[in-house]
Design a protein around this ligand. Sequence first.
Ligand SMILES: [Zn+2]
Ligand SMILES: [Zn+2]
Length: 897
Amino acid sequence: MKDEQNLSTVYEPQKVEEKWYQIWEKEGYFKARAEEESSHFSIVMPPPNVTGSLHLGHALDSTLQDILTRWHRMQGEDTLWLPGTDHAGIATQARVEEHLAKEGLSKEALGREKFLERVWAWKKQYGGHITTQLRKLGTSCDWSRERFTLDEGCSEAVKEVFVRLYEKGLIYQGNYIINWCPKCQTTISDIEVEHEPHAGMIWHIRYPVVDSDEEVIVATTRPETMLGDTAVAVHPADERYRMLVGKQLRLPLTDRVIPIIADDYVDKEFGTGAVKVTPAHDPNDFAIGLRHNLEQIAVLDRHAVLNEHAGKYAGLDRYEARRQVVADLEKLGFLVKVEEHENAIGQCYRCDTVIEPMVSKQWFVKMKPLAEPAIQAVKDGEIRFVPERFTKVYLGWMENIRDWCISRQLWWGHRIPVWYCQDCGKVICVKEEPQVCPECGSGSLVRDPDVLDTWFSSALWPFSTMGWPQETETLKCYYPTSVLVTGRDIIFFWVARMIFSGLEFMPDVPFQDVFIHGLVLDAQGRKMSKSLGNGIDPIEVIEQYGADTLRFMLITGNTPGNDLRFQMERLEAMRNFTNKIWNASRFALMNLTDYQEVNCGTNAGGSATGNTAVEGTEYTLADRWIRSRYNHTASEVTRSLIRYELGEAGRLIYEFIWNELCDWYIEMVKSRLYGKESEASRKTAQKVLAQTLRETMQLLHPFMPFLTEEIWQHLPHQGETVMLAPWPQGAEAELDEQAEADMTVLMDVIKAIRNLRSEINVPLGKKAHVVLIARNDEVIAALQKGEGYLRDLAGLAEIEMLLNSQEKPEQAVAAVVSGVEVYLLLQGLVDLEKEKARLEKEKGVFEQEITRLEKKLSNKGFLTKAPQEIVAKEEDKLKDYQTKKTAILERITSLGC
Ligand SMILES: [Zn+2]
Ligand SMILES: [Zn+2]
């Protein structure tokens, strides 16, 4: 026996995981082959932020992708899982700025070029962090093809796309109301604004009508913006204001007059039915302003400080200005009342600062023409969402899509490829920096200072990472990708944008299936967040429990698309599972030291060595049963994986390993392995055990890559790694319904006898005598085939089998299962007199309780006064005691003394 054949006494995931990952990566097992004639499977990894750390969401996302990738690779497909990271404009820039601040520096002080050098240096130092963490999880991506959204190739693709869309008229510059984060100092898109309910105030303000005693009262949650009001709007059908429409109002605190206008947008029922209109600081007012050609007066600057248009309030922060405006309104008698009011305030998703809607010149992508084919592709089934319900979410958004504001006032990112001629004003959009203006020949050109929204480059990820705009071998082999795996929270940010980009430029869908998973919540079902402090670091979990345990925990107990709660108990349970597998494998290997297998593991179906026993013996019932169960499980697991029911697939394997292979087969095969039967029988047992365990490791491999590799390598096998071993489909030839039916009878009877033993406190070691009365011939045949197992596993010295006997044994405890009446004879097992005395005493206790409850429940006072549920509870208790008493009486009768 070779030393390395031994598994260590205790499973140490840390050692095993690190060892195998290094070997796999070094041997190039993760690499895609890029063979045009092969069948292909490809996934692009949703690129995590380059500055980020792995969180449980990534861990779930990556585990799902890894399972699919490993499963397809084992099927012999040419498989590519393409990894990479995102430059994450705001997030990364903010991180580096924080660092600079600690050195007493700012990006303005450094200047654009120097600042970008610092960000690249930061990326070089910390950018590998998250990919190192992904390796710890066991992800089998092709690291040789790792990409970064700001690398040369991706940048090339971004420029190409921008210029093409610009030339097509689908990118334009316009004044628009955008969401501005005064802290991050950039525009953020609508979907990056988070709306949280806030307890705030609503102020009712009096606007006097010019040359009249009349007035209009408006309500606002942001009184400081009144300084930028350019109208008050009412509903056209609102009788209260009909006579006032067209008149002028005097805007308090200013010397301006503004008109009263009528617009359908106004809700007559809300507040006074009159609303102030501030086109420069509210998206709805902006739209009203466009309809009525109103002036846009911006009163806030980019730091949310009031500007010169705010008169005496200029220079005040928005909240200080609010206090002063309200104080002045009150002093001058314009304030009618203040009420408490809950409203949803938009906050920056990055820094939680309250966003400020502002009008500014930005770049936009015209969405309607791009959205149409992207809607059609999903409607036509070219792209399929799993679970199906997300189709509706996607279509709903795409059908109501607004133009996409793509410019960001940042330095870190893809700089917009547009230059402005300082002499003739020409706008030049080209990929490479122009030397002179093509219009007037001037050399005085200034580049647009903005960069593109991070999602602009990630929208191109499925093809930019494969070499587009060149026509590459990689694109030919792997585009469209097979499936996109991602969280439901980024369907709009990312999935939708990849779809229209792919259709526009490839032109083909970027993926066939979109597999959406939920979020990982804490044990109480709350989102994990820094402020709640309920986050769990997956790396700490891996260090403590191992990656396999974490992976298995994340994917089981989880159905597609639904959120998942992270529970420590489930993690513990999964660790017990890995230990169970380890211990079973250790046992097997200790009994396989003299076993040599020929021609193992060459057939995906599983019956590599054929369904034949060693000469001179046959497969036993247990052998046939475990082979049948294994192959059943393999085909069901395959079916579940095809349907993206990865959690169900994991559960099936778990049940098979725990409840069938470990708890039954290994127990049943022990006496043969110990040589208590013929040598041929021992060899056959070794063969079935080795084969089944090896193939089970193959089946489990995509889910628990490390543990399975370690065990597989110790078992007789062919090939270098379980990663490339054939995927078990389930061999029909080995399915054996008869063996499964027979074993069901035997297992039920054995379990029943064990239960009876524990009821009367008799340990398994004390040999017993049973009488089994079978309902029919088939059942009795099953019992006869399994007599040996009954003896071994139920601790029996004597078994009597009767067919349909009317005579029942006396002095026995009984149970009925699977068409068998089971009688465990008490003679010799227990002291009948003592047992009877014990039961009589127990009966007495129940009788007392029954009398007490019956009395209570016939008491009218109790029945009328006590709450319904208390009465019901007492009634249930009484029923329970009565049932127990009956059972004891039966037992006393069965003692027959
Ligand atoms: Zn912010
Ligand atoms: Zn020019």
